[in-house]
Ligand binder design. Structure first.
Ligand code: KG4
Length: 340
């Protein structure tokens, strides 16, 4: 018998719905909110309101694109957390209402786990190479920087994480210092391609073990720019590509050094990257280089499955459906959730 799951994601500023049938994604619709660009970051109240406007059209489009009716859905999987509470409430409430009206099971999904399980997605266009267990995952997004040993779909152990800012936050906050709108990560990536990564040097954190820290880099970048702009008010404009390239080179180097250490310590040579920052071309190139040099097998998610999306929620929901891991109607969203 075939299994059809509707996935709902609304943890931050993307409203997304996806339909999965028997482990294969049939649609993945993402409505990105542009309202936050003017504010230099996501404004929670505006995000919740935009989710409310988007959720029904996005689900409707996902069903239509998949050519599957609401009555054919066997279960609804939704992001329970972590994320912005008001945003999560929109997706959670919709999922509950849908499950109740169709009398079908409800499946809660941890957004962080889902980013990693995006590596098990196949879609109507392609089947992809999936990692084998155990593998290492570098989860890098706007809210997280973690190194995780993935032992099974639902069995993950965090062996390193940031003690302050996340890598995506470092990209976005440094971008803001240069006058680049939110989210700055993709723009820095684009400009870095035209710049010299060795033009400027920024301080690197000296953190023990497998943990990360990015707040020092952000501060050193801020002071560096402030001092140079005092000498030359056009410093940023005249050096933008080199600044982006050097900043990206530093962040990627910090990320990769700990991944290399994790590979040495665990002996696991299969490495997957996940989360929004996994779209970064510098990080992807560094990973491929390490694979060639050290004999690793590496996995990079497709762009549509690396940024926040509901396909990753649907595939995680599918694995939970197979184990009959359902939740009740009184389930509430959590702003804070970790990988257990
Ligand atoms: O996973 P995600 O879509 O949202 C959450 O944080 O949950 O990640 C968003 C983050 C932002 O910080 C954004 O600047 C960063 O991912 N990002 C990138 C790139 N694309 C997205 N950072 C660097 N290079 C990119 N190409």
């Amino acid at each position: 018998m075939s299994i059809t799951i509707l996935g709902i994601e609304s943890s931050c500023d993307d409203t997304s719905a996806s339909v999965l049938r028997d482990g294969v994604i049939h649609s993945n619709i993402i409505a990105t909110q542009t309202v936050h660009m003017a504010y230099g970051g996501v404004v929670p109240e505006l995000a919740s309101r935009a989710h409310q406007q988007n959720i029904i059209p996005v689900v409707d489009q996902a069903l239509k694109k998949a050519n599957i009716t609401a009555d054919e859905i066997d279960a609804v999987a939704f992001t329970r957390g972590p994320g912005l509470l008001g945003s999560l409430m929109v997706g959670t409430s919709f999922a509950k209402g849908f499950a109740l009206s169709k009398n079908i099971p409800l499946i809660e999904v941890n957004h962080l786990q889902a980013h990693i399980l995006a590596h098990f997605i196949d879609d109507l266009q392609n089947t992809y190479d999936h990692p084998g267990f155990p593998f290492l995952a570098l989860l890098v997004s706007g809210g997280n920087s973690q190194i995780i040993v993935v032992k099974d779909h639902m069995d993950m152990e965090v062996i390193g994480e940031t003690i302050d800012d996340a890598a995506g936050e470092a990209f976005d906050k440094c971008a803001k210092v240069m006058g680049i709108p939110y989210p700055g990560g993709p723009i820095i990536d684009k400009k870095a391609k035209e710049g010299n990564p060795l033009a400027f040097e920024f301080s690197r954190p000296k953190i023990q073990g497998l943990n990360y820290s990015f707040s020092g880099l952000k501060t050193s970048f801020l002071y560096f720019i402030r001092d140079r702009v005092k000498e030359n008010p056009n410093f940023i404009q005249e050096n933008l590509n080199d600044l982006c390239a050097s900043l990206q080179y530093t962040i990627v180097d910090v990320l990769m050094n700990k991944v290399k250490r994790a590979v040495r310590e665990t002996g696991i040579k299969e490495v997957a990257i996940a989360g929004g920052v996994s779209a970064n071309s510098g990080l992807q190139n560094a990973l491929h280089e390490a694979a060639d040099k050290h004999g690793w097998k590496v996995y990079i998610p497709q762009l549509g499955y690396s940024l926040d999306n509901a396909a990753m929620i649907a595939i995680t929901g599918y694995f939970k459906y197979l184990k009959k891991e359902f939740v009740e109607q009184d389930t509430a969203p959590f702003a804070r959730m970790t990988i257990k």
